[in-house]
Design a protein around this ligand. Structure first.
Ligand code: BES
Ligand code: ZN
Ligand code: ZN
Length: 483
């Protein structure tokens, strides 16, 4: 599929999409479209109010299909993306291979969101279907979306929108892949391929190297699976980079809970327990693709938390990369264990200026914030502010939760340096973060994002829950706002 920039409407365009803001220009805009296409303004005005995601399909006397799409009053980036994604998702079976979107009334940055939304509308979940697979001309090879704009920078926005949405769809595929098609090795292969394609370096530490370098917490979680754990290290460095940013993502390809086994209700959703890893992958790929002036290190500890005779057990005391010992209370609190090694590896080997980890870490965070926001934990107010600013911009909501030292009591152990669970079903997202903090070597510019509720969402774009790529646009925005 091609996305072209055009500055004049082709007179034989078959389908033209106009988007409308509920601003002072609304009526004039509707008037203009009505007269250009010989439509009845009064009838249109009666039915179409330009509410967010409202759309109206009409036909001109010249047999053109005109689609009016509402964007509401003051849409943010995610509103615009969702409006276009919904429109394309619902209309794609009725569209010919070429459509034109008039974006002349939108700002340059909005053009990027129009492109992202339109492209994502073509995303299909049916990767593994052998029957009833549908194809839609506009999203096939010969498909064309024309972006009608006279703005000078439209081309740049189109290129960015295309780049971002392509990576996002790769991340959707990774998130939606079932556990039998997604192992720690698959994740490492994804990173290696992406690194080759976009010119950044990727190093994989396999089981033997994990042993010799003593990533004992990652090894313990992975020891019950036939798919061995790996540590994936990615590095992208722009010659203009001023700051070094370290990203760490939880990559559990399936979380059965281990010996502290989960109940079977919704257990299938645990194929998405690598949402943190996916966010890190997407961000690094995009930073490299868009050549951002940053130095980025991504670390993904990846493993499968399985039930087996060889699995680690509650009561085990295990070691870790940091040298600290950990008493295992619950093998289902595995994310914090592999992140302990990932974070400590990052600090000791790369000493980044800023360190952010993302993880589908706790059910407690889902109980607190639901599916609409991720929990943010940091002791650095400046970092909290910058992340919140980026989140407000992209619509990937973050809500700050506390990290008071009193919660350390929950993870003190009688027999080891620390334990992995308090045993009480209270403040779970906070005590999990207090656990992570132990392994950050007191890093002063660290934030943990608990994305358990947001990575695999309940959205309008899929009948069941599906990958969202939460964190990718957020981190991209954060990186681009850095000085
Ligand atoms: N992967 C889960 C957290 C999770 C829950 C992610 C729901 C997405 C949706 C994590 O490994 C886990 O099992 N956490 C436990 C920790 C508990 C045993 C201390 C939880 O939150 O229940
Ligand atoms: Zn778990
Ligand atoms: Zn987990």
């Amino acid at each position: 599929m091609k996305i072209n920039h055009i500055s004049q409407l082709n007179s034989n365009a078959k389908v033209v999409i106009f988007s409308f803001l509920q601003d002072a220009y609304f009526e004039n805009h509707l008037q203009k479209v009505s007269s250009d296409f010989e439509l009845n303004f009064d009838l249109l005005h009666q039915d179409f109010k330009a509410d967010l995601k409202e759309f109206q399909v009409v036909y001109s006397p010249q047999n053109q299909k005109v689609i009016l799409l509402g964007l509401g009053k003051n849409p943010n980036s995610s509103d615009v993306i969702k409006a276009f994604r919904t429109l394309f998702l619902k209309q794609k079976s009725k569209l010919p291979n070429e459509v034109t979107i008039d974006v002349q009334n939108l700002s340059e940055t909005m053009i990027e969101y129009v492109v992202i939304g339109s492209m994502l509308g073509g995303y299909d979940l049916d990767l593994y279907k052998t029957e009833d697979k549908k194809t839609f001309p506009v999203f096939e090879k010969e498909g064309i979306i024309n972006i009608l704009s006279t703005s000078e920078n439209a081309e740049k926005s189109i290129i960015r929108g295309k780049a971002i949405s392509k990576t996002q769809m790769q991340i959707f595929d990774l998130m939606n892949a079932p556990a039998n098609k997604k192992t720690p090795y698959t994740l490492s292969k994804w990173a290696v391929d992406s690194g080759k394609k976009f010119n950044y370096s990727v190093t994989i530490l396999e089981k033997q190297q994990l042993k010799s370098q003593k990533l004992d917490a990652l090894l313990a979680v992975g020891q019950g699976s036939e798919h061995p754990p790996v540590l994936i290290i990615m590095e992208y460095k722009s010659p203009e980079a001023k700051q070094k940013i370290g990203l760490v993502g939880k990559g559990v390809t399936f979380d059965t809970g281990g010996i502290s086994i989960k109940s079977s209700t919704n257990l299938h959703l645990m194929k998405s327990d690598m949402g943190g890893a996916a966010a890190v992958f997407g961000t690094i790929e995009l930073a490299a693709k868009l050549k951002l002036p940053v130095h980025l290190i991504g670390i993904v500890p990846a493993c499968e938390n399985s039930v087996d005779g060889k699995s680690f057990k509650p009561s085990d005391v295990i070691g870790s990369y940091s040298g600290k010992t950990i008493e295992i209370i619950d093998t289902d609190a595995e994310g914090r264990l592999i992140l302990a090694d990932g974070l400590n590896y990052m600090v000791k080997n790369y000493n980044p200026d800023v360190m952010i980890d993302l993880a589908t870490l706790t059910g407690s965070c889902v109980a607190t914030l639901g599916y609409h926001a991720a929990g943010m934990f940091t002791n650095n107010d400046n970092l909290a502010q910058n992340l919140t600013k980026a989140a407000d911009q992209t619509g990937e909501r973050l809500w700050r939760l506390p990290l008071w030292d009193i919660y350390k009591e929950d993870i003190t152990s009688d027999i080891a340096d620390v334990r992995n669970y308090s045993g009480k079903p209270m403040a779970g997202a906070i005590s999990a973060t207090k656990f992570l903090e132990v392994f950050t070597e007191n890093h002063q510019n660290w934030a943990h994002l608990d994305i358990a509720g947001t990575a695999f969402g309940d959205t309008e774009f899929a009948p069941q829950r599906a990958g969202t790529s939460f964190g990718v646009r957020l981190l991209l925005e954060f990186l681009e706002n850095m000085d």
